[in-house]
Design a protein around this ligand. Structure first.
Ligand code: UDX
Length: 429
């Protein structure tokens, strides 16, 4: 199948590489000429395990191409995916200008039947608007269908999620488009759910909001556990063994971040409001998340008292492990507060330091995890990188002024840390 993907960002690039790898002929398009040049040279602008190798392999094989030209993509491909950003506006609603522009650009060069697939996360009813826009600006009056095919990949495990998806959602009513979309996904052997356009679009916001809700629920429980002298990790384990609940997304911590959950929860609240429903439950989910960070900061202030001139060793800057993404990272938010209050922040992250430095140059970036302990008044664990579990915590302790650990991800074994002589503060335990 000949496929074009407009937008070579996180979703577009990983999707393009995976489609090419399973045998489709793929053209990835982007209007950023530097990005296209660097991709053609084999350089990947993001850290995603396995992506660089997959791109290079398929470029070499001749199934993955890059171009700036939407015209070329539309001409050469039967299926055109839209994977451009849908960033949040200040009031929580979604900026649709990129999608609208791409719809017009496709319309301008559309000559024969094409399936236009929206992969970006968009408010419900976007597909209808994309359809109307293409129809309005299509001077050749060509036939086309618009399909919604939301992407559920997680950063850090994106290749796995794309190659082995839990489900593929196809929102379409045209039998012709459904048949073509089934062919696109046939090699994946994943369950395919066919819905109408609006339902497919809702599934994405509904899923992400539900996952955020699950984390906020366990974070709210972590406060009850602390008040009652119980252990949230055990409570989560006991809950998760019930198949109806499931064990995933029940890790209490300092709250969810990243480029999706904060944006999607805010957007879903706004979308619901516009549809006449006040989604109070989701507002609370968001509030719990904001409070979770504040409560953690309060714990730090309770022990250290004044943060000014304290040396804080920060482990983790990415919004979660296995990524270099620092967008809406709770770890970065914590660093901002520490710096604002006059603390010295010495931080380490296995992958995210370059991107963090662009945003927060006043952090002292360390070349190893061990270095953050140097003369530190405390260590704060803010990202769930596995390598932090197996650090030489004895050596770390000997470097610190006072051996205090604030474990914002419940990564370490509390009992062991206390036995080692640490003052250990976790979440809900
Ligand atoms: C998410 C969705 O999982 C994915 O399906 C969607 O396509 C995009 O948004 P992602 O943003 O990559 O993916 O990260 P995810 O692994 O879901 O984690 C989101 C945040 O929740 C992170 O900050 C993570 O640290 C936090 N989290 C996750 C918890 O605090 N506890 C958990 O149990 C799980």
């Amino acid at each position: 199948m000949k496929i074009s993907i407009i937008g070579s960002g996180y979703v577009g690039l990983t999707t393009g590489a995976c489609f090419a790898d399973i045998g489709h002929e793929v053209i990835c398009i982007d209007n950023d000429s530097n990005k296209i040049k660097s991709l053609l040279a084999g350089n990947i602008p993001i850290y995603e395990p396995g992506l660089e190798e997959l791109v290079q392999k398929n470029v070499k094989k001749g199934t993955l191409h890059f171009t700036e030209s939407i015209e070329e993509g539309v001409e050469k491909s039967l299926v055109i995916f839209i994977a451009v950003p849908t960033p949040p506006l200040e009031d929580g609603s979604v900026d649709m200008t990129y999608i609208e522009k791409v719809a017009r650009q496709i319309a301008a060069v559309l000559k024969d039947y094409r399936v236009i697939v929206d992969k970006s996360t968009v408010p419900v009813k976007t597909g209808e608007k994309v359809y109307q826009t293409i129809k309005r600006y299509n001077s050749h009056n060509s036939e086309f269908d618009v399909v919604s095919n939301p992407e559920f990949l997680r950063e850090g495990v994106a290749i796995h999620d794309l190659l082995y998806p839990d489900r593929v959602v196809i929102g379409a009513t045209s039998e012709r488009a459904i048949k073509i979309m089934k062919e696109v996904y046939a090699p994946f052997k994943a369950p395919i759910l066919i819905t109408d356009l609006n339902s497919a679009e809702l599934i994405k916001h509904a899923s992400n909001s539900f996952l955020a809700l699950k984390i906020s629920y366990i974070n709210a429980l972590s406060r009850i556990c602390e008040a009652a002298g119980a252990n949230v990790q055990m409570v989560a384990e006991g809950m998760g063994l019930d198949h109806r609940i499931g064990k995933h997304f029940l890790k209490a911590g300092i709250g969810w971040g990243g480029s999706c959950f904060p944006k999607d929860v805010a957007a879903f609240i706004k979308i619901s409001q516009e549809l006449g429903y006040d989604f109070k439950l989701l507002k609370e989910v968001s509030q719990i998340n904001n409070d979770q960070k504040e409560i953690f900061l309060r714990k730090i202030r309770n022990v250290l008292w004044v943060l000014k001139d304290k040396r804080i060793g920060l482990l983790g800057l990415a919004f979660k492990n296995n990524t270099d993404d620092v967008r809406c990272s709770v770890a970065m938010d914590l660093a901002r507060v520490f710096l604002k209050e006059g603390a010295i922040v010495q931080a380490y992250d296995p992958k995210a330091m370059r991107k963090a430095e662009e945003v927060l140059p006043s952090i002292h970036y360390c070349s190893s995890a061990l270095d953050v302990a140097e003369e530190a008044d405390c260590i704060v664990i803010a990202t769930e990188w596995e390598e932090f579990i197996n650090l030489d915590w004895k050596s770390m302790k000997s470097k610190m002024i006072s051996p205090i650990i604030f474990d914002g991800r419940n990564l370490l074994d509390k009992k062991k840390m206390i036995e080692m002589g640490y003052h250990y503060v976790g979440v809900g335990n």
